[in-house]
Write a protein that binds this ligand. Structure first.
Ligand code: ATP
Ligand code: MN
Length: 430
């Protein structure tokens, strides 16, 4: 007997196959029953005709409860009106486990209720669509870097020093010493870039964010790349090609999932290369024209990013931020040391910043000076300073948050649905 995945049923029209899954829904007229079965790859309708299968099997099916696990066997038929476009004319049914009364019914439930039952909520079509798109996005990033000769060089999760300030660090006890969960792999990427040329890391990062927003998690996954001999322009070019590539992959391979999510794909299809670029100073002018109360030197909040982003149909790079609001390692613009050669990428449709990046200081003396200005302990950064002592080169890199990218591409209004088990302020269960 052939077992088949629901998404591949089109390859088996006319054949008898077995689908292994769970009961999603059931209805019966007394003579004919419809079993909607899910297996993680899709939904299929199984049709059970009493006259054909006999009283015993027909009665057995009636004992099934929502989410009972089962194996159904039947002939695959094309049926445009059925969910997924195929139907199984059932000849056999094996019950694996009868489920207790399932808490998530086909009615509407509140988000609080669902979040408490995230482990079960994940079984619903919209949630599986999001996680499938996330998986495609992660694979697309890896493929992009692989095609461009980048080396995956994983950064540590436990770190001795804070990369940017200590207020959002999770502290841990490291055999009696203080250590922190990583907020970014960047500094380590700079070391591996000097060893390997072009590198990226992809792993979880941790930030004890003190406020509740729809775009901050305590634990999120970041793609971080670092390139030797890249300046700010090389850096932006690589990022736009990468983001464009990932969008195309999702459009190409996740049509069904995007449809399930009712995503307006025209907005994604319209995104062309190159992405627009605007300086921080010009962005401030944009904000003022839009009536925002904002002065040069302030950092953008989410509403500001939305206003800026709304001026463009594609993601937009905002570059050359004030030196004072950016991290210690950002390279000043030689033409204007009040700004740095950093650029953030803001997604359209109000999704805000998805990438933070920039060119790094490559001069030893300047870097030492910045560490002192930021009151960072230079002992902890000796290894990092070594990278400027031994063969320093111009280099640049960036970090992209996976969850914000997933939220944007899926058209979700909250980041909590972009990861199987979100870690949020005061929310650690399940
Ligand atoms: P924001 O100002 O929005 O908090 P940030 O300036 O702290 O962002 P970076 O330190 O530049 O962000 O981090 C790089 C990327 O990581 C961001 O562009 C974003 O995509 C993602 N990111 C940052 N913080 C979070 C978070 N708490 N949850 C999810 N993603 C995050
Ligand atoms: Mn932040």
């Amino acid at each position: 007997m052939t077992t088949a995945l629901i998404k591949n049923l089109g390859r088996h029209v006319g054949e008898t196959v077995t689908v292994q899954g769970w009961l999603y829904n059931f209805r019966s007229s007394g003579k004919i029953s419809f079993l909607i079965v899910r297996d993680g790859t899709g939904l299929v309708q199984g049709v059970l005709v009493k006259k054909e299968v006999g009283d015993e099997l027909f009665a057995l099916a009636a004992t099934l409860t929502q989410e009972s696990s089962l194996k159904v066997t039947g002939v695959v038929r094309e049926e445009p009106r059925a969910v997924g476009g195929y139907e199984l004319t059932l000849t056999g049914l094996e019950i694996v486990s009868i489920a207790e009364e399932y808490p998530i019914t086909h009615k509407e439930h509140g988000v609080e209720f669902l979040a408490e039952r995230r482990h079960l909520w994940l079984r619903t079509p919209k949630q599986t669509a999001v996680i499938r798109i996330r998986s495609e996005i992660e694979q697309a990033f890896r493929d992009f870097f692989y095609q461009r000769d980048f080396v995956l060089a994983d950064a540590p999760v436990i770190t001795p020093a804070a990369c940017e300030g200590t207020t959002t660090l999770f502290e841990i006890d490291y055999h009696g010493d203080k250590a922190f969960l990583s907020q970014s792999g960047q500094l380590y990427n700079e070391a591996t870039a000097a060893a390997l040329g072009r590198v990226y890391c992809f792993g979880p990062t941790f930030r004890a964010e003190k406020s509740k927003t729809r775009r901050h998690l305590m634990e999120f996954w970041m793609i971080e790349a670092e390139m030797a001999y890249f300046d700010i322009d090389d850096n932006m070019r690589l990022q736009e090609e990468m983001v464009h590539y990932v969008i195309q992959r999702v459009l190409e391979r996740c049509r069904q999932e995007l449809k399930t999510l009712e995503r307006d794909v025209a907005k994604l299809e319209a995104i062309k290369l190159p992405f627009p670029r605007i300086s921080y100073t010009d962005a401030v002018e944009l904000l003022k024209k839009a009536g925002e109360d904002f002065s040069w030197g302030d950092d953008f909040g989410a509403p500001h990013e939305t206003v800026i982003g709304n001026n463009f149909d594609a993601p937009v790079f905002v570059h050359r931020y004030p030196t004072a609001i950016k991290a210690f390692y950002m390279k000043p613009d030689p033409n204007d040391p009040n700004v740095v050669l950093g650029a953030d990428l803001l997604a359209p449709e109000g999704y805000g910043e998805i990438i933070g990046g920039g060119q790094r200081i490559d001069d030893l003396t300047l870097l030492e000076q910045r560490l002192a200005e930021h009151k960072l302990p230079s002992e902890a950064f000796e290894w990092y300073l070594d990278l400027r002592r031994y063969g320093s080169v111009p280099h640049s890199g960036f970090g992209l948050g996976i969850e914000r990218t997933v939220a944007w591409l899926c058209g979700l209004d909250h980041i909590r649905e972009t990861i199987p088990f979100p870690r949020m302020l005061h929310k650690l269960y399940p």
